[in-house]
Design a protein around this ligand. Structure first.
Ligand SMILES: [Zn+2]
Length: 254
């Protein structure tokens, strides 16, 4: 019995590697190093690509003129290309009324449905013109409202890489793959995603990341593995509920 349980826990302890802020202008030095590392360890990460970046902070970083052919290469080797917003501009304030009560600035929150739908449409058209297929999304700064979810659903995007929980869960007919920590952490149980901001890295941080990846590589999975798992059972739903309540109350008192 204990062995079966141990086997089950192992089967359901997985980490998805989500790379944030992938754009023409980025920290290509460490992106190149990560690509070699992922290939060596046979890891297929999820690349959060900004389709039409207008974020001035990112413009300070080196530009890759062949960006879209690079994205196509990633897709061809089985990496998941995820839509990360449209322009990555924080024009909206959420005041903790957003879906996960994070409360930061947003590209989408508070805009009416048509405006949000239009942003997603423009972003998806850019991907289509570059021959990139998209089935998942995560918003800049983790900020969503009901209209964001509705606009995504009506654009045939039903997977979001964000949210609280130990396991992927369904909410409003969308599959959420939880993303819990800012740092690279692998919990002893559950299926979650990282958020990796390699644009801010120095060599020292890369070295630590390499050690983390080599240590955890057996647990690292890809989006298809998660999609093939059946929807969470009642116990998992209960655990997700408790984690969400706990994390929300911690944020509330911070
Ligand atoms: Zn971002």
């Amino acid at each position: 019995m204990l062995n079966i349980l141990k086997k089950k826990i192992k089967q359901y302890t997985k980490l998805l590697i989500r790379i944030d802020d992938v754009a023409e202008n980025m920290n290509w030095k460490h992106m190149d190093k990560c690509e070699k590392l992922f290939d060596k360890c046979n890891i297929k990460p999820l690349m959060g690509v900004i389709p039409l970046n207008q974020d001035k902070e990112l413009f300070k970083l080196p530009k890759n003129k062949n960006f879209w052919s690079r994205v196509q290469d990633w897709q061809n080797k089985g990496w998941e290309i995820t839509m990360h917003g449209c322009n990555h501009l924080y024009t909206q304030k959420s005041n903790k009324q957003d879906l996960f009560n994070y409360g930061g600035d947003s590209e989408f929150y508070g805009l009416d449905y048509n405006k949000q739908f239009e942003k997603i449409k423009i972003g998806l058209e850019k991907f289509k013109n570059e021959n990139i297929s998209i089935r998942s999304f995560f918003a800049p700064n983790h900020i969503y409202d009901d209209n964001t979810l509705k606009a995504l659903k009506n654009s045939q995007i039903k997977i979001i890489i964000d949210g609280y929980g130990l396991f992927p869960f369904y909410k409003h007919e969308i599959l959420f793959i939880p993303q819990l920590f800012y740092k690279e952490i692998c919990l002893p149980f559950g299926i979650q995603s990282t958020q990796i901001h390699l644009n801010n890295w120095n060599d020292n941080y890369y070295d630590k990341f390499q050690i983390f990846i080599e240590k955890q590589k057996i647990k690292i999975t890809d989006l298809d593995f998660i999609l093939n798992i059946n929807s969470p059972n009642k116990i998992q739903n209960l655990i997700n509920y408790l984690v969400e309540k706990t994390l929300k109350s911690i944020r509330f008192f911070k």
